[in-house]
Ligand binder design. Structure first.
Ligand code: ZN
Length: 339
């Protein structure tokens, strides 16, 4: 005896066959006749706005797209065997190192907090810098942002704070960054000692910070200060001296904004020992990543990863063989379904 499911499938099949026959007959009657109705319409090249919202307890979290780029394999440091494997895999899959750049907005009901600000005009030759536009598309004005938390001062995370002519993009925001981070990048002495290719990182960090310092809106933290209720500072040293994650909790749910723990998701999750040339302390960066990935794989913490290879760069981590795999947040258009 067939189950109700199979029966209803058969009915569907019968109906669709009848429909197909009717359609064929209708099409046949048009053959030879000029028919504008069947011509393809113009292609539509507009894309959906680059934001995605989800709920973490009582928090509204909005991922804000800043742009897409490609991570150069020469920016990765690993053993010869691992890097040979990466080059071979790239040959077969040229999009393996495609990455997004993202910032994230947290509306706590009391504060509108931006975590990382994208690149603005300071990185990527125009490929990045769309965060402010997407913030607007998400229904917010940059004047409404009252706090910005910066994971570190590389310009793909802090550049969106300031225009090239030195204006604050978030005029009402207090910006927070780790003291070690601020002192390192804003030091003229450090900048003078740095190798030539590192100089632009210092110059941009100083130019980006300047108008906020002048306005008294640049703040540093050095320990576990409480900046916002329900948010904890998570020191993640290595990539930069004061690289910091921000973990928000609400109603038993957690989200960690982890900054640059991963640059090349499809390499470093399987090989957490692989570092990036931008990691100032390579050993510490690898150790921090090992420790954090193993901790997160055992917890139900949502992760906001600015350089994920998948928009909206939100997901969870699971142990997978000797490495980890990324479990992405799957799109839904229902606010109450998405957690
Ligand atoms: Zn980055």
């Amino acid at each position: 005896m067939s189950s109700p499911v199979v029966r209803s499938r058969n009915v569907l099949k019968r109906n669709s066959m009848r429909f197909a026959a009717a359609l064929l007959a209708a099409l046949a009657s048009f053959v030879g006749a000029p028919n504008a109705a069947l011509a393809a319409g113009p292609q539509h090249h507009d894309q959906v706005p680059g934001f995605y919202r989800l709920k973490v307890g009582d928090l509204e979290v909005t991922a804000l797209y800043d742009g897409t780029g490609v991570f150069d394999p020469h920016w990765l440091n690993g053993t010869k065997a691992t890097m040979d494997g990466v080059v071979k895999a790239l040959h077969e899959d040229p999009h393996m190192l495609d990455v997004v750049d993202m910032g994230f907005l947290v509306n706590t009901g009391k504060h509108l907090i931006l975590v990382d600000a994208g690149a603005g005009t300071w990185w990527g030759g125009g490929a990045l810098g769309r965060l402010a536009g997407n913030l607007h598309s998400a229904g917010y004005a940059s004047e409404e942002v009252d706090i910005v938390l910066v994971t570190h001062l590389h310009s793909d995370h802090a550049g969106g704070l300031t225009t090239q002519d030195g204006k604050r993009v978030f005029p009402n925001a207090d910006v927070y960054v780790a003291k070690a981070e601020s002192e390192f990048w804003l030091s003229h002495e450090m900048a003078a000692k740095a190798p030539k290719d590192a100089q632009p990182f210092f110059q941009s960090a100083q130019a980006i910070a300047a108008p906020y310092i002048k306005a008294g809106k640049w703040h540093t933290f050095s320990g576990s200060e409480q900046i916002v209720d329900g948010m904890q500072l998570v020191p993640l040293p290595g990539h930069t001296p004061g690289h910091t994650g921000y973990e928000f909790s609400s109603k038993g749910q957690k989200i960690l904004f982890w900054g640059d723990i991963i640059h090349a998701q499809r390499v470093q999750l399987q090989h957490p020992e692989v570092t990036a040339i931008f990691d100032i302390d390579q050993t510490a960066a690898a150790a921090t990543r090992h420790q954090l990935l193993s901790k997160l794989a055992g917890e139900d913490v949502l992760i906001a990863a600015p350089h994920s290879s998948l928009f909206p760069a939100l997901g969870r981590l699971r142990k997978d063989g000797s490495g980890y795999s990324w479990v992405p947040v799957v799109f839904t258009d229902r606010w109450d379904e998405n957690q």
